[in-house]
Structure formats: C-alpha cells, structure tokens
Write a protein that binds this ligand. Structure first.
Ligand SMILES: Cc1cc2nc3c(=O)[nH]c(=O)nc-3n(C[C@H](O)[C@H](O)[C@H](O)COP(=O)(O)O)c2cc1C
Ligand SMILES: Nc1ncnc2c1ncn2[C@@H]1O[C@H](COP(=O)(O)OP(=O)(O)OP(=O)(O)O)[C@@H](O)[C@H]1O
Length: 311
C-alpha cells in the first residue's frame, strides 16, 4: 500500500475510486464503502482511501478525543484490507478553511484523478461542512467522475452503525456490542514492555503493554481476551488499568496472561483482542488475595470460551 501522509499536495498517475472520511474503527459501515471501492478495480480504478491524520475534532474543539484506531493501527488495517493508496491529510488551519469546490477540483479531480467517489449519504466536507453529496453530484459533470452513495449499514436491532456509537459502547464496557458493530474484535496493539516480573512468581507470567495515549480503552477491569503471536491465536485474560494493589504508580496499561504460552516476547508488538468484561479492577488487601482472584479470572475466561466454541 502506498501512503501519502501529512501533506496537502497530492498526486497520482492512475485514475482512482476514492472513499473519504475519518474511518475511526473501520466498522461494518466503513467496510461496506471499502468493499465497493474494491469492486471499482474491475473498471481499472485504483482503490484510494482519503482520511485525516488526527480526528478533525482536535483542531475544531481543541480537545483530544480517544480513538478506536491509532494512525498506526488504521494504516495496518487498511493495508490488510487491500487498499492501494491511503491519504492521511493534515488537518491544518488552511485545510479547515478550504472551500469544498476547491477541494473537489484540486484534490479529488486533479490530484487523485477521481473517476468514482463513494460515500455515505451524510458525508460532509470543506469549510463549515458545506460540501455534501448534493454538491459532489452537482460538480460531477464538470470533473468527469461518478458519485456512488451507499446506504448506512445498520446493526441487527436497526441502529445505524457509527464510530461515535462504538466509542460510547466501549466506554460503557459493552465490548460484545462494540465487536458486533465493528465486525471484528476490538484490538489493542502495543509493544510488550517489562513489568515488575511479579506475575511469574505467582505462576502467572503476563505481558504488559502501554498503548499510546489517544487509544480508547474500555473501563478499568478484567476482560476475556485473545492474543495473536506468530500466526497462532491464544486464549487469554487481560487487566486494563493501573494495578492498584502493587505499590508504585503505573501508567494505564493492558496486562495479559496467555494460556499455554511461556516464551519471551519482550519488545514485540502484539495485538490483544477483547471479548467480554468480567469484573472491575480492585485494590486488594494483600498480594495473596490478588493471586487467588487471578486464578478465578483465568477460570472465568476459559469458561467463557468453552460456552462459545465458535468464537
Ligand atoms: C487477569 C488479571 C487481573 C488483574 N486484576 C488486578 C486487580 O484487580 N487489581 C490489581 O491491583 N492488579 C490486578 N492485576 C495486575 C497484577 O497486579 C499483576 O498481574 C501482578 O502484579 C504482576 O505484574 P507484573 O507483570 O508487573 O509483574 C491483574 C492482572 C491480570 C493478568
Ligand atoms: N453505517 C454506515 N454505513 C455506510 N457508510 C457509513 C456508515 N457510517 C459512516 N459511513 C460513511 O463512511 C464515510 C466515513 O465516515 P465517518 O468516518 O465520518 O464515519 P462515522 O462512523 O459516521 O463517524 P462519526 O461517528 O464520527 O460521525 C462517510 O462517507 C460516511 O457517510
């Protein structure tokens, strides 16, 4: 996959099919748009995803919003799906004030040689969000592209799938619901760093990961999880939080006990998939009490998988 990141001057040699948006999470709705993009390959068009380096909210509202996918995770995900060109547009003052007509002409038509533009019905762009599907359609004959508007993907209960909804569900600890809306298990990617090496002394060695700050983590607590290592997927149990029982101050992290695995993976970047919330993180009165609880957590996680053989 080719990546153009952080610059507003973009160009490509090949005619493109383009889909645009934040794509936080790359949920089932986004996947629908991206699949349509791949169909356009039959017409000789390259599959282009146009997205932003940071959620535009940061600049507009001045507040950092946690994301379902960090920039790095989003790139890896797009590459895996088969996107040919990914644009990470910077969200600068200049971009914030860009008129939608200028964006369509300079970026989409001239820069990307767009022949097909695929969006949802509510897609907005440009200064004051004045650009929309109607404007894209109005400008189509002048620039020689086609607009394809996809209907919104909905969940089984009829709710429209959106990144905002998924973030809300995760923040409430509803991992199963979030996974259903995403179409894949919510995943935390991070380097395995050194902990206190205490887990080993309980007979439960763990991997510790400190995700980047803007990665959205569900509420502190214990979760049924899986870890992918060298192409094999292991069942596991994870704690999201600060380890309050152990003296010292820790950054918020994810700590995972992997069933049937005891190899050195320090320094590796691993994916931990979350499936189900088991209990909240607690400050225990002794390490012995914590150790006894960890054993129960492990049993609860295994029991969860046993009840769901297809998972
Ligand atoms: C499944 C699981 C649940 C945990 N629950 C808690 C908890 O409720 N409270 C807490 O203080 N630490 C909790 N921990 C963190 C332990 O304190 C930690 O595993 C132990 O101190 C070993 O840490 P180390 O890898 O830094 O040596 C949990 C860890 C795991 C793997
Ligand atoms: N459920 C959906 N089905 C189909 N297309 C969708 C769906 N949700 C968003 N899209 C489309 O995907 C593109 C990217 O949208 P965007 O990343 O803003 O998605 P979103 O999930 O609606 O985000 P947010 O919740 O932050 O508004 C847009 O063209 C949008 O219309």
């Amino acid at each position: 996959m080719e990546l153009i990141t952080g610059r507003t001057e973009i160009s490509t040699d090949r005619p493109s099919a383009v889909t645009l948006g934040k794509f936080d999470g790359i949920h089932r709705g986004h996947q629908k748009l991206i699949n349509e993009l791949f169909l356009a390959r039959e017409q000789g068009l390259q599959a282009v995803v146009f997205t932003f380096l940071r959620p535009p909210k940061n600049l507009v509202d001045g507040e950092a919003q946690p994301v379902l996918l960090t920039n790095r995770e989003k790139r890896a995900h797009m590459e895996k799906l088969g996107v040919e060109l990914m644009i990470e547009y910077p969200f600068t003052e200049e971009v914030h004030h860009m008129e939608p007509e200028y964006f369509v002409e300079k970026v989409l038509a001239e820069g990307l040689k767009a022949k097909k533009i695929i969006t949802g019905p509510d897609f907005c762009f440009g200064y004051k969000r004045r650009g929309n599907v109607a404007l894209l359609k109005e400008l189509a004959p002048r620039h020689g592209y086609e607009v394809e508007v996809m209907e919104k993907a909905v969940a089984e209960d009829g709710q429209i799938i959106s990144s905002t909804l998924i973030r809300r569900e995760l923040l409430m600890g509803n991992v199963e619901r979030a996974n259903e809306l995403l179409g894949y298990p919510y995943t935390v990617t991070g380097e395995v760093v050194h902990g206190n090496h205490l887990g080993r002394t309980f007979g439960m060695p763990t991997i510790n990961q400190i995700p980047v700050e803007d990665k959205l983590l569900p509420p502190n607590g214990v979760y049924v999880s899986k870890v992918e290592i060298d192409g094999s997927v292991y069942q596991s149990v994870s704690n999201v939080g600060y380890k309050p029982t152990i003296a010292g101050k820790y950054p918020k992290g994810v700590e995972t006990y992997i069933f049937g695995f005891d190899k050195d993976v320090y320094g590796r970047i691993l994916d931990v998939q979350l499936f189900h919330y088991l209990r909240k993180e607690e400050k225990f009165s002794s390490v012995a009490a914590l150790k006894a609880q960890l054993k129960r957590d492990a049993e609860d996680s295994l029991a969860f998988f046993e009840q769901r053989p297809g998972l």
